[in-house]
Design a binder for this molecule. Sequence first.
Ligand SMILES: [Zn+2]
Length: 157
Amino acid sequence: MKDLRNSKEHHNYRNELTITGLLLGGMALLYTDIPFHIMIQTFIQHIGSATAAVKQFFVSIFIEPFVQMEFSDFVGILMITISFGLMIVQIRKKMISTSYESHTCPLCDSKLHRIHRNRWQLWLSKALYLSSGYFHCETCDHSSLRFYQKTPHLRQG
Ligand SMILES: [Zn+2]
């Protein structure tokens, strides 16, 4: 019981201290000329220069190389990009043609069963924009991933 009253008194004491502190602080601020407007102004200026520096940094990394790039460099990058694109198209074509077969095992001619594709196989078929199926032969344990042209009625990804 005594402890409780002690803590309560302590609490009251703290409240009074806060009130006195606020009062004295407010009065001190009224009587002195702390240049708040200048402090805020310099703070805003600092933020402004910081954002300008960040902007300059991003321009120097992402925009300036392209602006200063020679035309031949630009053409070179364009040609490399096109060749990559054509390569992917070529790989895609090859994958379709080699896997366009019936559902029989290429090793033992048994019937193949469709099994679940793993995440990478799904990702690959999505990247190539092709339908795919993962097949397994129960007789010889052979398994193969096959790709098909995407068909509108067969939306399996
Ligand atoms: Zn087989």
